[in-house]
Design a protein around this ligand. Structure first.
Ligand SMILES: Cc1ncc(C[n+]2csc(CCOP(=O)(O)OP(=O)(O)O)c2C)c(N)n1
Ligand SMILES: [Mg+2]
Length: 586
């Protein structure tokens, strides 16, 4: 229907129509007074609305949906407390550059600024954690605002956009017409990559003897996995991925180094220290990756490919910055390279030696080991999507899950948000219903959004949750063990619920596992179940995540686990200088 024929419709109806134009099929939300007109429209709209049990979960579900599908996720909340409950989810998406559109109700425009009931200045509050936000003051602006919001969220460096929608504007009427194009003079992301920079990069690559590709979440956002792999194979460069980049390169590829940084593999970190060329693709030299900056890749020339010019040179000196889309730029590099092959195989030989000498491992001592549980999930879940919470279980997941493709590892990296995983897994399953979806959770984290069992059950969203239950806020306990003389201050989760009964109370399935021999059966049972299944893996309580580089150390300065026979008598070998300095905690 063209605008001329269309009857006047309300702002609330115009919002729903705009979402339909954007191809939105599902939104996650929670109602309240100042968003009632929109909810009234949702009553018989074609858009599916999933009622969460806490607005934070709506934001995380939209984020999980976006990460799993590559499309924009949408969440909806009322004004005031509904809007502020979204904040952690918006910040989580912002830190990891995830495209979501958050829509909030607001008090009527005439009451804004009066401390009206359930008024919060959500556009003010979210300025630093949104890519952009809007307060809609005129209903005629609404369709253009929605169009721009989706465009801004998804393009350039993706990120969350918020639309605050006052109630009187929801009720005002409009001749609806959805714009075909956005016109934003001040927002024009660069994609192409400067040809001269591409040439310079190629010259460095052609000269390099010990190259490493360092690949972050930006490579996944740009859908550049194939190009990363093609470049790695062409120049025979080992590839390390960040937590956010996990899945961008197959973990079992011979050139894979796994994750780098604080809990990265030793061989990835050694390769970084020793390389003479670092090609950073959609990665931002985060402090959990680089450790002490002056010791990070000290011998390397650096090529940095990123769509966000603000990232280039932010943390490290870059020899060849290239602003643009990682996929396009890697394609150009691949087309331009003139390699004089074969290059010496010494570099790859050296890396093979490190891999043999320092494999990822853990000690078996008869207890149920968290790493073993994750290895079993890895073995039994084919083509799954793995979502994590935050803490030790998250790091073991990053280390021990061997993934083949992008968008199968979903984790809160930049903000490190406990309580993210379960609602994000619901969003991922809604977006990818044909994939098996697992949330790998700590016992602390799962309790932060455990109420979403109701959401999953009510909407038949069958996700499985593996609770790696050490009855501790394990990662914090690990830091207390290593850096605070084992003073376990408020990290012992004594008042823990019976997770089996909690799952059952919501109508789900609960399984408790205490022995190694029961692990695989429990996983298979969850896979066969048609309901949300919680497996409570009671794992050995004081297992630590290794390798570990203390915060602020060079990434080759590892904490050495004490030999087994001296455990409990001898402290872990943390270099003294890091004890007092460790202020940037888990
Ligand atoms: C919302 C939030 N609060 C606090 C923290 C700090 N923190 C990081 S890891 C962690 C412990 C997580 O415990 P659990 O979920 O049981 O996982 P585990 O480390 O034991 O595997 C805490 C408290 C955080 N990351 N997020
Ligand atoms: Mg725990």
């Amino acid at each position: 229907m063209s605008a001329n024929e269309s009857p006047r419709i309300s702002g609330a109806r115009a919002l729903i129509k705009s979402l339909e134009y954007e191809g939105v099929e599902t939104i996650f939300g929670y109602p309240g007074g100042q968003i009632l007109p929109v909810y009234d429209e949702l009553y018989d709209a074609s858009v599916r609305h999933i009622l969460v049990r806490h607005e934070q979960a709506a934001a995380h579900a939209a984020d999980g949906f976006a990460r799993a599908t590559g499309r924009v996720g949408v969440c909806l909340a009322t004004s005031g407390p509904g809007a502020t409950n979204l904040v952690t989810g918006i910040a989580t998406a912002y830190m990891d550059s995830i495209p979501i559109v958050a829509i909030t109700g607001q008090v009527p425009t005439g009451m804004i600024g009066n401390d009206a009931f359930q008024e919060a200045d959500i556009t003010g509050i979210t300025i630093p954690i949104t890519k952009h936000n809007y307060l809609v003051k005129d209903v005629n602006d609404l369709p253009r605002t929605v169009k721009e919001a989706f465009f801004i969220a998804a393009t350039g460096r993706p990120g969350p956009v918020l639309i605050d929608f006052p109630k009187d504007i929801q009720n005002a009427t409009i001749d609806f017409e959805y714009p075909e194009k956005v016109q934003l003079a001040s927002y024009r992301p660069t994609y192409a990559g400067h040809p001269l920079q591409v040439k310079k990069a190629c010259a460095l690559i052609e000269k390099a003897e010990r190259p490493v590709l360092y690949v972050g979440g930006g490579a996944i956002a740009a859908d550049a996995s194939d190009e990363v792999r093609a470049l790695a194979e062409l120049i025979m460069a080992p590839v390390t991925t960040t937590l956010m980049g996990k899945g961008a390169f197959p973990d079992e590829h011979p050139l894979s180094l796994g994750m780098l940084g604080m809990h990265g593999t030793r061989f990835a970190n050694y390769a970084i220290i020793d390389c003479d060329l670092l090609v950073a693709v959609g990665a931002r030299f985060d402090d959990r990756v680089t450790g002490k900056l002056s010791s990070f890749a000290p011998n390397a020339k650096v090529i940095h490919i990123d769509v966000d010019p603000a990232e280039l040179g932010k943390n490290v000196k870059v020899d060849v910055p290239i602003v643009g889309d990682a996929k396009l730029i890697l394609k150009k590099i691949l087309a331009t390279l003139k390699l004089k092959m074969p290059r010496s195989a010494d570099w790859l030989r050296k890396i093979e030696t490190w891999k043999r000498e320092y494999p990822l491992d853990y000690e078996e001592d008869g207890d149920l080991k968290p790493q073993y549980v994750i290895q079993c999930i890895n073995e039994l879940v084919r083509d799954g999507i793995f979502v994590t919470e935050v803490g030790q279980a998250q790091m073991w997941s990053a280390q021990y899950l061997k993934l083949k493709r992008p968008r199968t590892f979903i984790s809160s990296g930049g903000l490190g948000t406990m309580g993210y995983g379960f609602p994000a897994s619901i969003g991922a399953k809604v977006g990818c219903p044909d994939h098996e979806v697992w949330d790998i959770a700590g016992d602390g984290s799962i309790q932060m959004n455990i109420q979403e069992l109701a959401t999953a059950m009510e909407n038949d969203v069958h996700v499985n949750v593996a609770i790696i239950n050490n009855m501790y806020l394990g990662m914090v306990r690990q830091w207390q063990e290593l850096f605070f003389n084992r003073r376990y201050s408020y990290t012992n989760m004594k008042g823990q619920p019976n997770f089996v009964k909690v799952a059952e109370a919501y109508g789900g399935v609960g399984i408790e596992v205490t022995r190694k021999s029961e692990v695989k059966d429990a996983i298979r049972q969850a896979q066969k179940s048609d309901r949300v299944t919680f497996i409570d893996f009671k794992v050995s309580r004081e297992e630590n995540v290794f390798p570990m580089v203390p915060a602020g150390a060079a990434i080759s300065e590892f904490v050495e686990p004490a030999p087994r026979e001296t455990r409990r008598k001898v402290e872990y070998q943390v270099p003294e200088k890091f004890r007092a300095e460790n202020r940037s905690g888990p």
